[in-house]
Write a protein that binds this ligand. Sequence first.
Ligand code: PEP
Ligand code: MN
Length: 373
Amino acid sequence: MSANNITIIPSAKWLPRGGKPMILAGPCSAETEAQIMQVAEQLAQDDRVQLIRAGVWKPRTRPNSFEGMGAEALPWIAKATERFGKPFVIEVANAEHVRMALDAGLKHLWVGARTTVNPFSVQEIADALEGKDIPLFVKNPINPDLQLWIGALERFSKAGLHKLVAVHRGFNTYQDHVFRNSPNWEIPIELKTKLPEIEILVDPSHIAGKRSLLHEVAQRALNLAFDGIMIETHPDPDHAMSDPKQQLALKDFSAFIDTLETRQLDFEDAVSIDRLQRLRALIDEIDYNLLENLKRRMEVVEEIGTYKAESGVAVFQLERWLEIMKDRTDHGQAGDIDPALVQSIWKAIHNASIKRQSEIVNKQLRERDIFGI
Ligand code: PEP
Ligand code: MN
């Protein structure tokens, strides 16, 4: 299925912001009327903020945790919007949420990562919104599956929703990671390459998982020419009912945004510079992935070295080396990669591996005093 049949109306047409980044800010969850009023009062005065976010129904990993205030919070949001004049955006995960949100006068919605992952849920929401054409922010699925993300955008577009904005919130990983959700920047970059007209926001809160990393992730988003950020902002983050570690304090919000460097949009040839930047960012990410894989490979080499040292097995095994060279060369050729390139890379990698394993074996022999020194 091609991604090209997705019609998207750029936000400049429905949410003018004069070429500046789009900023969505507000608490992870709506907790009390007072909290919503406090957030709305401050953020409504900040012209850099287009929409205030607040989760009403919270998709939580485990039961028995705070699952949002639900419908009770909707009148608070309606009241705050009316009083301070800035619209809210909330998360919907099923048709009933859509109905209640629209009944409460909400004009902007988002679909969360745990919903985008499920085509049945996405279709249910698309059906409930059929023909409404309200702005919809679509977070990436929790797993790094670009097709699933595009599939969700496609389902919404087919339902007549064209004010679509993608939100990159990182991807779930099983291994421990500096970030709560791995950014895999190459995936949203690829989305932009496939759907150049779509705007993509970055959610530093759910990528970072901790306050200390928010700035780095938000700045990275702007450096990579993404269109803005959705950032969790709470009057008292440490006591927040959900995601306390990652929310920005409301009092720090303005300074946080001040220190973000926005990219220049007024180059003479902005289109080609933009394109070059995206492609270079893609190269950077691919290289980081190569380095990460190289690091992991070296860790395994290290383990094999220790094992060989303990078992008295030779470091270099010709048969295995010939097998690797043939396999990698064939594999590369299947993907149109020059055999000479593959062989020179793997020779370098193999040499480094042999060197490392020899060091391990020699160290063990020294420890056993085999050399008599
Ligand atoms: C949220 O924005 O609070 C949220 C639940 O996000 P995600 O769907 O990205 O996990
Ligand atoms: Mn959250």
